[in-house]
Design a binder for this molecule. Structure first.
Ligand code: NAP
Length: 215
């Protein structure tokens, strides 16, 4: 698959890009700054021993992508999406943004739409295929290719085909993909991120993840 990661220079985006490129996907690292994107892509090509990564500005990163992952701080989500909204078309947009409470990152401060993914849908043209995923994964763990990611990948959205595409992507990266419901479920995923940050602090861990049993 051809995938753009907006904010691919950051913790989560970098880790996702590493796993995706290692799985054989072509990844366009997006940044506000083309040189920063190129530097991240070069480092990731070395890390993954591939030439699967290309660095571009966010707007240019989506040009050849079929999937667009949004991995920027919540405060930067609207600005980032507005810069690409007109060009998104039928691409699948995967929002991983979490509206953490800046005063207490073990809780969230949801936007008025209810979650960042719901806000993403509101910011994009009507009919855009928005999926929420990757909220409960650790960027640092994803970037450490010597380690297996045993956590489940929780995916939600209102477009079954788009959710299916993202699930196939997650499985190609070595994770079990779980369809956790409609896009409105993204508020739960964001709260899980905050809960995981709290668990990492309480149990002095770095990479707590979610794994469902009984499925
Ligand atoms: N880190 C994780 O493990 C993790 C896990 C689950 C969910 N999340 C969520 O995923 C999103 C990204 O997290 P992260 O930890 O990867 O964030 P981060 O490293 O702080 O930022 C990611 C990238 O966003 C870009 N960005 C765009 N506009 C920005 C602005 N106004 N201010 C600062 N940076 C801006 C920056 O790229 P350029 O400067 O190159 O444009 C930056 O490298 C967040 O919403 C977070 O809550 C993160």
């Amino acid at each position: 698959m051809d995938i753009a990661v907006l904010g691919g220079t950051g913790n989560l985006g970098y880790g996702l890009a590493a796993r995706m490129a290692a799985a054989g996907h072509r990844v366009f690292i997006g940044s506000r700054d083309a040189q920063r994107a190129q530097a991240a892509a070069a480092a990731l090509n070395e890390l993954t021993s591939t030439q699967n990564l290309i660095g571009r500005t966010n707007a240019r990163a989506i040009e050849q992508a079929e999937i667009v992952i949004v991995a920027v701080p919540a405060a930067a989500q609207a600005e980032t999406l507005k810069a690409v909204a007109a060009a998104v078309g039928q691409r699948v947009v995967v929002d991983a943004t979490v509206s953490l409470n800046p005063k207490d990152v073990t809780s969230t401060l949801p936007p008025e739409e209810g979650s960042c993914a719901l806000r993403a849908r509101a910011l994009l043209p009507e009919g855009s295929r928005v999926v929420a995923a990757f909220h409960t994964l650790s960027g640092k763990l994803l970037a450490d290719l010597s380690k297996e990611v045993s956590a489940d990948a929780l995916v939600c959205g209102d477009h079954a085909d788009a959710k299916g595409t993202v699930s196939v992507l997650c499985e190609s990266m070595g994770m079990k993909a779980i369809d956790v419901g409609p896009l409105s479920r993204s508020s739960t995923l964001e709260q899980l991120t905050a809960m995981i940050i709290g668990l990492n602090k309480r149990y002095r861990r770095a990479h707590v993840g979610v794994h469902f049993t009984g499925l």
